[in-house]
Design a protein around this ligand. Structure first.
Ligand code: SAM
Length: 275
């Protein structure tokens, strides 16, 4: 007998993975949380029946959300990560030896605990001494800090439940205030195939607040449409003009200086979303 996990990736599309084993399943105060072992992607973290990350393709998303922003800033020392309870972004951020402090604010402590237990290759840097983990709402956290962070990385779930506010103009304004005078932020901004209106709205909101606003893309097989968008809002530094000769040398499998530049080359249908 075969067992399949299915996710509704849009209201008219389902993706399925054959399950080898359900490793863990619980309902936390915030969401349904599961770790399953799939035949195609290996161990997979699932929240509210939506794929978050898998051991097979996680490197693309985690490298691309972390290194584009960190290499755009010439000297990031203090970094805030919101969401990202699996620890994949933390693992990438600590590769930057110049980063002195990483504050990781995740609303659901159970995602962190379960990831530490069942996804060690992703969560392996959560106990790094430069990392402070805070269990709290990221929206509240940014409201409490001014002129503090060089880079803020928003690794949120889709815009439902506790993550809705992480996609709002009001939140981007608080992010701007929490950043230092030359700071920048990056957020995952969903699929250009299925979230066109969201991407257009976010671009406008961010451009109203930040002098530099850019969208870039990466290929993530397990996310809806396989092509994923990220938005950068920056006070000074332009990620497209970043000087690749001073980029940190990083052990990566998807990100590279050339991929950094290439990821901002948008196909016309995505370019049209920014008008
Ligand atoms: N990369 C993944 C994706 O796009 O599918 C997201 C991974 S990560 C597991 C997302 C995390 O954001 C979840 O663990 C969730 O608990 C957390 N989260 C959602 N809303 C939040 C909020 N308001 N503050 C802090 N963390 C939040």
């Amino acid at each position: 007998m075969e067992f399949w996990f299915t996710e509704d990736q849009s209201k008219d599309l389902r993706i399925g993975c054959r399950i080898l084993e359900t490793i863990h399943s619980e309902t936390t105060p915030f969401q349904k949380l599961a770790v399953i072992n799939t035949a195609q992607f290996g161990r997979m973290l699932v929240l509210d029946n939506v794929i978050q990350t898998t051991v097979k393709d996680e490197f693309v998303y985690h490298e691309m959300i972390a290194h584009v922003a960190l290499n755009t800033h010439p000297n990031p020392k203090k970094v805030l990560i919101i969401g990202g309870g699996d620890g994949g972004v933390v693992r990438e951020v600590v590769k930057h030896t110049g980063v002195e402090k990483v504050v990781h604010v995740e609303i659901d402590g159970r995602v962190i605990e379960v990831s530490k237990k069942y996804l060690p290759e992703i969560s392996c840097a959560l106990d790094n001494p430069r990392v402070e983990v805070i269990i709290d709402d990221g929206i509240k956290h940014v409201q409490e800090y001014k002129d503090t962070y060089d880079v803020i990385i928003i690794d949120s779930t889709d815009p439902v439940g506790p993550a809705v506010g992480l996609f709002s103009a009001e939140f981007y304004r608080s992010v701007s205030e929490a950043l230092t005078q030359d700071g920048l932020f990056v957020a995952q901004t969903e699929s250009p195939f299925y979230n066109e209106e969201l991407i257009t709205r976010i671009q406008k909101d961010v451009a109203d607040i930040f002098p530099v606003t850019s969208l870039y893309l990466a290929c993530v097989p397990t996310y809806p449409g396989g092509l994923w968008s990220f938005t950068i809002g920056s006070k000074i530094y332009d990620p497209q003009k970043a000087d690749t000769t001073r980029f940190s040398e990083l052990a990566t499998r998807y990100y590279s200086p050339v991929v950094h530049k290439a990821s901002f080359v948008l196909p016309p249908f995505v370019q049209n979303l920014l008008k």
